[in-house]
Write a protein that binds this ligand. Sequence first.
Ligand code: GSH
Length: 240
Amino acid sequence: MTYELHYWPGLQGRGEFVRLALETAGADYVDIARGQDGLERMTDVFDDPAQPHPPFAPPVLKDGDLLIGQTAAILLYLGPRLGLAPDSEGDRLWTHQIQLTIADLVTEAHDTHHPVATGLYYEDQMAEAARRAADFRANRLPKFLDWFERILTRNPTSGGGPWLVGDRTTYADLSLFQALEGLSYAFPKAMARLLPDRPRLQRLHAAVLTLPRLRAYIDRGPRIPFNQQDILRRYPELDD
Ligand SMILES: N[C@@H](CCC(=O)N[C@@H](CS)C(=O)NCC(=O)O)C(=O)O
């Protein structure tokens, strides 16, 4: 069965967290909105009156008749099917908890450039963005990074390896890698200040890059580069 991924074309966005799992596993999938009549086909998924579980926002995964919204729920579903989830229920919940925390971090990072309203232009909320970004860089970002560093250090069954849960790669590792990539794009100076003191995060980032299919996807595409339409954007005035 070919998975259908429905996400805005032209940016990595939250769709990229799902894409990295599908690509790493070599899964068969179609990025619907990037194809012919893509946006229409994506909109249909939200507007279909016969759909009993209409999702709220992209990304959405379609697997046969099953339609799943919310990035973390999609990965909870895909994880075991793609060999990217641990075996026990407790470890699966822990992986899901980590994923939800990454989602919180992504939302807070997005809100640095859109602190008042997503529907307004950045230029209409620059003063608030500057205040929000200053607090994010000083307090929230280090708090999130410290938590990830701590749980990497404490993983009781890592076997000395670089992963967040147990001794195998999970979708949470790919998502943390992706969050670090996005944050380094948006806040290059703050991340250059914060990462050297967090060796486990650096090790995880490097380890994800050694996964052969993921590496091929990053080197040869179809990964779209980060850009100023993305959730994380580079506004130098919001960095250190
Ligand atoms: N919590 C959701 C957030 C989904 C979301 O905010 N999607 C964005 C694109 S990244 C969107 O198109 N939102 C439309 C809206 O909120 O109205 C998730 O993690 O998937």
